[in-house]
Design a protein. Sequence first.
Length: 253
Amino acid sequence: MLNLAVCDDNVDDLDKIIKYISIYEIRHNIDFKTYYFSDINDLKEYMRQAELLNIVLLLDVQMNANNGIDEAKLLRKNYGSKIRSVIFISSYPEFVFDSFGANPDGYICKPVVYEKLEKILSTILANFERDEREKKVIMIKDIDNNSTEIIPEDKIIAIQVMNSYDRSISITMENKSIIIHNRLNDLKEKLNKKYFFQIYRSVIINIRRVKTVKSGVVLMEDKDIVLPLSRLRRKKLIDKLDSFILSGMNESE
């Protein structure tokens, strides 16, 4: 289930959002676990302690001296594995393009109207339920302990060839790495092409885990993994990331 974390330092706006989310829950027969904050520091403390996953952040772009877009980028950097989606709320529509760096799934201009919030929440919920239904797993054999494991592909951060002679491949996940014997192309065929992309002859990444793309390298979230990026594949990666980010936003329009 999705968990909502709403932060807006304008009490009237926050009360309105609280009301609208309650209406949404009644109309759609759903019960979100929702937390409300009027101070960004309280939200950050919640994120630090939260054991929940699939958190949807609804952040005001301008909160006193704090920039909600910058705060969302920092939260994604520090707690990316917990965050499912980010929705920005703002009185300033011109900030919508600045928000792309935080990978938002929606942008609501104030005054907030129920219909817009309903549409975005319904899109995020539908995408979440679809992903849960379509969640793929792959079966691999760990050569270190000679065990067969079933891995959810959304837990994979990156896949790298370690030694092409013995076909050893490292699969890096959130909390561990597994070494297997296989061909990279064979493994690539098992993965969802929507989310996985080969950035180098020996490296495949999960684009949902990309933090930064620089000249010649890609930085991944969670473990700050730095991976080589082929010059010829850089544009394709950028295009794929743009398409992935914008598709989520367009669906909520």
